[in-house]
Design a protein. Structure first.
Lengths: 61, 61, 61, 61, 61, 61
């Protein structure tokens, strides 16, 4: 049942997302004591010009 | 005032989103006892290679 | 697989949430062409003093 | 530490996002009494045909 | 139409939320070129023992 | 910079959240190639009577 939203900068590829989903699901299912099949992970790649950090666009850092 | 975020797999078209918004708005406004005009629905189409289910990318299932 | 987040003002009770989940799930599963069992709905009751509308706290309206 | 998600209609450009991030970060850091460096702002541009308002797609309004 | 979610640590009071809503709404409406009445801000106070930073619970920092 | 939101059923305690934050941060920082200090994890415990699964409240399952 757990639902995980990961927001990160665009740049990671499919291999990284696959590994992310595998590891996060393992962690969450073990700690939530639920089957892995019940875990959803949604990954959002955000462009650096849509991400603000410290008052600036990350694209400007 | 209600705000609804729908995350689903890419694939549904504009007709489905139009119907989704109409029906969800009707349900929510009736149950929240607020005007339909006050309901916002944001639909996010997620690629299957950005969606994890049961520890795997949905694109790999 | 669809994941729906509903944010609304505190006030609706369990009966309304039960109905909300039933109707939204029916709508989403039909339009996404997925089984009802695959639909998750997370309902968040927000206090009016944590909700801003038109530049004011809803609690002040 | 604060995390701000802004969802709005596609249309604003990079200059508007830069200004948004600067002003929102200033407001939040001052009110949360935390350094500006600790504030994250994530901006999501939503197409009008993915945004429902009053039961209709914004694209149809 | 813009919808803003602010997540921050529990601690700020109603006066800070009122100011937050006023200022963020002003910024967003000006940059999105929409009326202030169209802006929604949802504020979520998060306990430090539900917030992770740098791999630790903020409550442990 | 990554921001992770975990929504799960109320029930896990502080020890589980501490472990969740540690492991998820390790995974995300390694795959995003960013320092652990840059990772934020926000954990939301959701009551079963606010969580819909398969058209029913989880509290009714």
């Amino acid at each position: 049942m757990p639902v995980v939203h990961v927001n990160w900068w665009k740049g990671a590829g499919e291999a990284e997302r696959r590994q992310l989903v595998e590891e996060v699901t393992g962690t969450v299912s073990r700690l939530a004591k639920c089957p892995e099949a019940a875990v959803t992970v949604i990954v959002t790649d955000v462009e650096k010009d849509h991400w603000g950090l410290g008052g600036k666009l990350a694209a400007d850092l």
